[in-house]
Design a protein. Structure first.
Length: 137
């Protein structure tokens, strides 16, 4: 349920283990969404009967995480990603959690962290929309 982790788990070759994902994940349409924004929908999460739940510092509420632990699921907190330099750490933590090889994790982490800068423009036209929740336009 850590944002964007379902795609990374899939890329690590462990996509077959996915039974739930956060709403920002788009790669696997066959895996149910069990969050709403940064909130765990505990009924949906428990309904998929997970044995491992991947969270980060942004997901909650704490009561939902406690309920998942009480259900017997192993809840693992993975490091947050705030910039490209953080990607390899997230990938390594996910790989360790799902049993992916260190080589695959290292290659994926480096591939995702390497990026060419966006071309400079004298007059960029940028729109940033931060929309959350079901009432977002």
């Amino acid at each position: 349920m850590a944002a964007g982790s379902a795609e990374l788990v899939d890329m690590l070759g462990a996509g077959g283990q996915l039974v739930g994902q956060d709403e920002t994940s788009e790669r696997r349409t066959d895996v149910p969404v069990v969050t709403l924004g940064h909130q765990i929908d505990i009924e949906k999460a428990l309904d998929v009967d997970p044995t491992l739940v991947l969270v980060d510092e942004l997901i909650g509420p704490p009561e939902a995480i406690d309920a998942l632990k009480q259900s017997g699921a192993d809840v693992v907190s993975v490091p947050p990603v705030w910039n490209l330099a953080d990607v390899p750490q997230r990938v390594a933590a996910l790989a360790d959690s799902v049993g992916a090889s260190d080589d695959v994790a290292a290659q994926l982490g480096l591939a995702l962290a390497v990026s060419d800068p966006a071309p400079a423009s004298s007059s960029p036209r940028v729109a940033f929309l931060y929309l959350r929740g079901p009432s977002a336009v």
